[in-house]
Design a protein around this ligand. Sequence first.
Ligand code: AHR
Length: 342
Amino acid sequence: MHRQNHVSRRALLAILGALSIGAGCSRGESEADSAAPKPASGTEPAGKKPKKLSEIVVGFSQTGAESSWRIAHSKSIQEEAEKRGVQLLFADGQNVHNNQVNAVNGFITKGVDVIVIAPQESVGWKPTLKEAKRAGIPVVLTSRGVDAEEDLYATVMVADFVWEGRQAGEWLAKQTNGKARIIELVGTPAADVAVMRKAGFAEAIAKHPDMKVIASQSGDFTRTKGKAVMETLLSAHKGEINAVYAHNDDMALGAIQAIQAAGLKPGQDIVVVSVDAVKPAFEAMMEGKLNATVECNPLHGPLLFDTIEKIARGEAVPKRTVVPGQVFEREQAATVIGSRAY
Ligand code: AHR
């Protein structure tokens, strides 16, 4: 249901047209890497008052609930919407691309003021984004990007996925003295995050001739599939493996179960490194079963609504904002776990 007094479409059309479209290029270390916004002057539609966030309706198409990371991401956005008094229409895509496309088309038909998409897949968005643009509805991307021209969306907020993969690869090289026979558990293959985490890792281990990926298979970012894939690969490559690189913690936690079921010790017989740094990963590190995790912060809510607020006020926003992360090793787990918010 819409608020009765939401911001006018014409005003937002003017705002969208005025948003900066400079390309962002960034690394994982710092938010200062964000592409600089163009000057805000002149973005305010003539004769229009700045818009209050509490007056707008936001449609949010979420990927699904495939991982602890994703659940924390949804929660952060929902809680922040509530805190700021924004009406948020939440659509769970249940990890099906077409569900998300249908949800976004529904938001356009309803006439929401801003659309937020956390895309499961990066391709197949252009017609929908063009439709949103035609309707004058700004689109904000969070958690993953899309394969589309930059003028089809207002801004994207993501981690530096290549950096994350590279950190995992470099950490593993150090840990194994450059000698590793690796199983790679890939995320959702059509997602930019999986492609980039794979590329960053491959780049890092390419410097070490004795590091080889023996098998690389998708576990779709879920614990259940991570476990199933690991079971299959462990029996196909019995005695050959000494490392696992999982594109997220949930798959790593599934793999850890499979390693234990095969009578091996995760964290010792097989070194396990993953990405996300969610609380269950810290617990696994404290138990000695996970060796390291590269942080990918899911708490996008505050930044997302700051950005939407700027858009509603007619201010420029950076085309791309990188949410920074860091590497956590198991030796740090006990000290850090208490302060983990997700
Ligand atoms: O897009 C971010 C990734 O998606 C997270 O690393 C993963 O856990 C999630 O499912």
